[in-house]
Design a binder for this molecule. Sequence first.
Ligand SMILES: [Zn+2]
Length: 102
Amino acid sequence: MGFLERLFGKKAPEDTGIYFFVRCVHCQRVLHTRLDPQNQLSPRDEGGYEVHKELMDDRCFRRLTLHATFDAQRTILSAFVDGGTLIDRESWEAEKDLPRRS
Ligand SMILES: [Zn+2]
């Protein structure tokens, strides 16, 4: 039994966040962000939801903007990043701890 289960007598709530892994096009730094589909989405006029979230990497400090759309069930439909590209978790894991260039 885990710590939270002992504390509250039930399982910890599942993490329903959606993770995005991004590479900055300017400096190639990788970063990630988490979206909570229950709390961070805005309704769209045409139905479904959308989100626009600003990100910043820790190398060149340029601003990246994540744009994503979701259907009425908050399932992701599309995503792209202004100033960056979406990458997979494996690429992020492989590069996130590389030493920063000076
Ligand atoms: Zn950058």
